[in-house]
Design a protein around this ligand. Sequence first.
Ligand code: SF4
Ligand code: SF4
Ligand code: SF4
Length: 442
Amino acid sequence: MAKNDERNTQKTHAFWAPVFLVPALALGAAHLWRAGNAGDAAALVLGALACFGRRAWMRPVFFAVLAGEWALTTQVLAHVRSAMGAPWMRLVIILLFVSAFTAAGAFLTWAAPGRAWFARGRETALMQAAGFFLAAVPFFLMARHVPHLLLLERILPGFGAVQGLFAGFWAAFVCGRLADRRRATRTRLRAWRLFSLVFFGQFALSAAGWSLFAMTGEMHVPVPGIILAGMLYRGTAGFMPFLFVFSVLLAGAAWCSHLCYFGSWDAWAATAMRPSKHPGPLRWRVLSLVVMCAATLLLVICRAPLASAVACAAALGLVMIPAAAFISRKKGWAAYCTMICPLGLLSCVLGRLSFWRVRRTSACTSCGACTRVCRYGALDMERLAAGGPGPSCTLCRDCLNVCPHGGLTMRWLGTGGGGGAEKAFVTLVSAMHALFLFSAMV
Ligand code: SF4
Ligand code: SF4
Ligand code: SF4
């Protein structure tokens, strides 16, 4: 009875959070609109509508936005007071009103009404809020300083903040799903495939002449293995290697399980079958790297014209990709990624410098369930007995998701304990995925 009363009181209190929060955001939007900033105003209005989703992660986000808005209004107020030469009374009254409303909204969002209103998904609220900021803030900055890099800015100038808002929402959503072991594997594969579809969709549109969809305007054959050979042939690097190295240093080999636009198709093909024993995920790729470099150098030495080099690359791709997809479907492991792609090999090697490791815990019962889901040839019973997966691990977390005993965990490099490593990893890859998805342009 007492619990019911408490719950009813909480529900009544909860109502006060949106009562102040929505008008406070609307006032901020009106101010931005008057200042000629329609895009940011639209982002605030959309944000205000989102509060009816009642997700717990939105609470810190709204609090930060309102606190920022309040601080800004107070600053403007102080500025007006200090320049009292002109008529100022009306402006001061309006700003005081906005300030008070925004402060009340911020307070109620953080206090009990906010806690009761934003009640859904409390367990992952902080991770999701961090994912939101990590994905949205870079877009907000880009909208200010390099707007031409944002697709929405090119279609609707001034509306880049809305693209950032959606990127943040998507990061928070994916983060919540990836944190849920029952949904994580399915979510990873679907989100990854969506990114790939968007990437290739934009690639096709820009190849068809719609320059609107090209970020840099530099077209390349979008097959990771061939990109490497192309760089060697041209003797120039471009933007891609920097993006790759930076991403792999941050997120480790998760590049090959969450972020690469190409690997999702190989992973999808592999889901047709339960994985069989892998013949060796590193040595085949070393061989592939050597052959690819040798063939490219031969083309350079023979001064083969660009058209011939591109024809060779295209022929190679036409043979390799269907063959790999066929093997992936038959064997249940990602054949292109684990036997051919030299970029995947570099990702595994360079990924050893990142923070993240999958390790066995004392709770493992050696049931073997995790070894039957690895599609990258990284985990078998011997590896498990030695403490964790081998160097071809892509940090996909499928093995962690399937273990019923908590026999595997994610750890920080060089430490014995977990200490939130998996939460930090999930937050980071969700944000990076959203960043890639919402700027997936060639
Ligand atoms: S192995 Fe190559 S194709 Fe596969 S995900 Fe990694 S970089 Fe992409
Ligand atoms: S880690 Fe989990 S799934 Fe794997 S063998 Fe141990 S108990 Fe089984
Ligand atoms: S060992 Fe686990 S985390 Fe690593 S690739 Fe295999 S299933 Fe994924």
